[in-house]
Write a protein that binds this ligand. Structure first.
Ligand code: GAR
Length: 211
């Protein structure tokens, strides 16, 4: 009886897909994925964190949760190709099925997008296609939204393609903006939605993978 339970748990584990998260800063979205996995809402293994920023709090979150980390920045390489080769080596070693950009503020090299076509998701803090593209990241998005007196904003999870913030949209969540909201207030509201949306979209997206 006990033996049977052990065997089925192990084989289920083997079917889980391996996620690698890229984060540059606080990593609260990364944390939301760790929490979703431990609560059983996201059926996947988070096998590693990649960051370009050695002081990112995301790295501490990885350490606390026993998740391996690679700190790698394009600035440390002579060419984008050398950088991509190193990144690809790690992604392969970690048997990556899906890459999740969760507050990752560097461009993903074309070579990586080609190898992991339809296997890279990004979360963006606006209702794309609005407030996306070069220059729109983090607080800059919320400042522009407030400046333009929008009445709603939100977040988007989309597939990463060669065109920045333009890949197919997999999910969005909206928030309402009041007249008194500052960019910081909006950031807080949107981040709360991000923390729900990201794991929900990943969970659904993983269902489309063939084993
Ligand atoms: C999040 O709001 C995420 O959507 C945004 O950075 C923040 C990271 O927060 N990403 C972008 O702007 C990408 N264009 P976190 O480090 O607490 O997850």
């Amino acid at each position: 009886m006990y033996l049977h339970v052990t065997i089925s748990a192990t084989s289920n584990q083997l079917l889980l897909k391996n996620l690698v998260v890229f984060a540059s800063g606080s990593g609260s979205n990364f944390q939301s994925l760790i929490d979703a996995v431990s609560e059983g809402k996201l059926e996947a293994n988070i096998v590693g964190l990649i960051s370009n920023n050695e002081s990112a709090y995301a790295i501490e979150r990885a350490d606390i949760n026993g998740i391996q980390t690679l700190i790698i920045s394009p600035n440390d390489f002579d060419s984008e190709t050398d950088y991509s080769i190193e990144l690809l080596k790690t992604l392969k070693d970690w048997e990556t099925d899906l890459i999740v950009l969760a507050g990752y503020l560097r461009k993903i090299p074309t070579e990586i997008i080609e190898v992991y076509r339809n296997r890279i998701l990004n979360i963006h803090p606006s209702l794309l296609p609005k407030y996306g593209g070069k220059g729109f990241y983090g607080s800059k998005v919320h400042e522009a939204v407030i400046k333009n007196k929008e009445i709603e904003s939100g977040c988007t999870v989309h597939l990463v393609t060669e065109e920045y913030d333009k890949g197919p949209i997999l999910g969005q969540a909206k928030v309402q903006i009041t007249e008194t909201d500052s960019p910081a207030d909006l950031a807080k509201k949107v981040l709360e939605k991000e923390h729900q949306l990201l794991s929900e979209v990943i969970q659904e997206y993983l269902k489309t993978f063939k084993n």
